[in-house]
Design a protein around this ligand. Structure first.
Ligand code: NZQ
Ligand code: ZN
Length: 385
């Protein structure tokens, strides 16, 4: 196992009815700015519950943060925070609202052009406005990590950043607030969580037994519970397990001391930026071919995954690996996320464009061994069609 340091300052408040507890988490007298998306929280009652919990605080709001949040929209909120001197942010929504709020929190105090935050992967951030979150879509893990992904429409760029200053102070996770999710977002969330775990697990062995078993437990939970969320949408236990899975899948716990991949995510981000596919959809398309093309480099972990997660013990190595990759694709399809580019109306014209964008963003040596070069990405994309 590699050396590591581990710290996660985000407090999690989990369970039915826990929105009211946000008042205990935000310092009295704060001027609170609620950030939210396209309005789902106004339709399903979450906004009203949040407002009631904030009685006694001065409260402002900023809505309209879109899926794959854009720099263009977020900068309007940065201006609002600066003008109103709001001193606490509360993100209410899915990963896009939380990611957008991380950017806002850092950009408010940023000296210089805030897009640099993305260009320098968060390096220049020296402080941020404190913020909490109320999560309504389990998927990204953003509620308990310090990363975010921001799109700049004018550049067709979707780039990540991270900083120790943008961990949420607290996150409220009430599984009942996910009941109103459309099936498409439930499916996206399951795929996203699954691929997060795999980006940290399916690399090469370093004898990190705890992280491996932990990751396998999360994967098996998703396989067991994921499809049930679509069949019985108001099952509290199913939603609770999925929600906690998503948080633990990307809160830094399973990544300590192990190599990490993230090539699927980087290719997926370019596809979203160019064609507007949902984040989860891009992962469902790219991940199975990513494993296929990199079978040799990932052989040992693929065999471990096949046996421990899918119970595949019979047949030769090649067969078990192929079956495990096929089962992964079937899982994505079982939660109704399509796994071929053609099903989203995209043909092979996309290959040079995606590769060109990756090169432009310096993403020419991806993966745990830094061997996913533009040529390899071309091969992978050909299998995505
Ligand atoms: O905008 P509203 O009206 O709220 O509707 C949203 C949105 O249309 C809707 N929704 C959310 N909760 C709902 C709901 N509808 C009904 N009932 C509810 N309870 O769902 C739609 C999608 O929301 P979004 O926040 O975009 O989805 P998600 O949570 O999947 O976030 C995706 C974004 O997170 C980034 C992705 O790249 C993408 O931009 N990621 C962030 C990561 C991180 N910070 O660590 C890691 C991930 O890999 C990912 O890259
Ligand atoms: Zn993701």
């Amino acid at each position: 196992m590699f050396n590591f340091k581990y710290q996660n300052p985000t407090k999690i408040i989990f369970g039915k009815g826990c929105i009211e507890s946000i008042r205990k988490e935000i310092p009295p007298g704060s001027k609170v700015l609620i950030t939210y998306g396209g309005g789902s929280i106004k339709k399903n009652g979450v906004f009203d519950e949040v407002k009631a919990a904030l009685e006694g605080y001065e409260v402002l709001e900023f809505g309209g943060i879109e899926p794959n949040p854009t720099y263009e929209t977020l900068m309007k909120c940065v201006e609002l925070v600066r003008a109103t001197k709001a001193d606490y942010l509360l993100a209410v929504g899915g990963g896009s609202v939380i990611d957008g709020t991380k950017f806002i929190a850092a950009a408010v105090y940023y000296e210089g052009e805030p897009w640099e935050i993305l260009e320098k992967f968060g390096a220049g951030i020296a402080r941020a406005v404190p913020f909490g979150t109320v999560l309504t879509l389990p998927a990204t893990g953003s509620e308990m990590n310090n990363g975010a992904v921001i799109t700049r429409k004018s550049l067709k760029a979707k780039l990540p950043f991270a900083s120790p200053f943008v961990f949420p102070k607290f996150s409220v996770l009430d599984p009942t607030k996910t009941y109103t999710l459309p099936p498409r977002q439930i499916g996206n969330g399951i795929v996203d969580t699954f691929v997060h775990i795999m980006e940290q697990y399916l690399t090469f062995p370093v004898n990190a037994k705890v992280q491996d078993r932990f990751a396998e437990g999360l994967l098996m939970t998703l396989i067991e519970e994921g499809p049930k969320a679509l069949q019985t949408p108001e099952d509290y236990d199913v939603r609770s397990n999925l929600m906690w899975c998503a948080t633990l899948g990307l809160n830094g716990l399973i990544s300590v001391g192990v190599p990490q991949d993230w090539a699927t995510h980087m290719v997926g981000h370019e596809i979203t930026a160019l064609y507007g596919l949902d984040h989860g959809q891009t992962l469902a398309v790219v991940f199975p071919p990513m494993l296929k093309v990199r079978k040799e480099e990932k052989r040992e972990k693929l065999l471990q995954y096949a046996e421990r997660v899918w119970g595949l013990k019979d047949g030769d190595e090649e067969t078990r690996i192929d079956q495990a990759i096929e089962k992964t694709r079937e899982l994505f399809e079982s939660v109704h996320v399509k796994t071929r580019l053609c099903e989203y109306g995209i043909n092979d014209d996309c290959i040079p464009l995606v590769v060109e964008q990756l090169e432009k963003h310096g993403m020419i040596k991806l993966g745990e061994r830094r061997d996913v070069t533009p040529d390899k990405v071309r091969n992978i994309l050909e299998l995505c069609l």
